[in-house]
Design a protein. Sequence first.
Length: 106
Amino acid sequence: MEQPPLVVFRAIEPLTKSGHAELDLGLVQLGAEDRAFRFTRDFRTGETLIWGRDELHLNGIADRLTSDFGLDAASIGPPQIVYRETIRTESQAEGKFIRQTGGRGE
């Protein structure tokens, strides 16, 4: 069975520096249990992003991280949605290049 693409994500960070190992361990275990969940690390910002089906799914993941894996109330960012745009029809445009000569300031 093919899963639909995941389009909702949130940034998650532990409150302490030592919490990164616990966070990674919890995310790996949750990823093995739930096929509709994945996590990535954004190397530009250093954030850990959790991806899911919808906001309720991500809230459940965050709750399980704090209750089952003992993560100290990780800071979780607001949900964000990946928007994808597609060009559907052909269009045409016309433009003019007008060079101003003379006038104010010359």
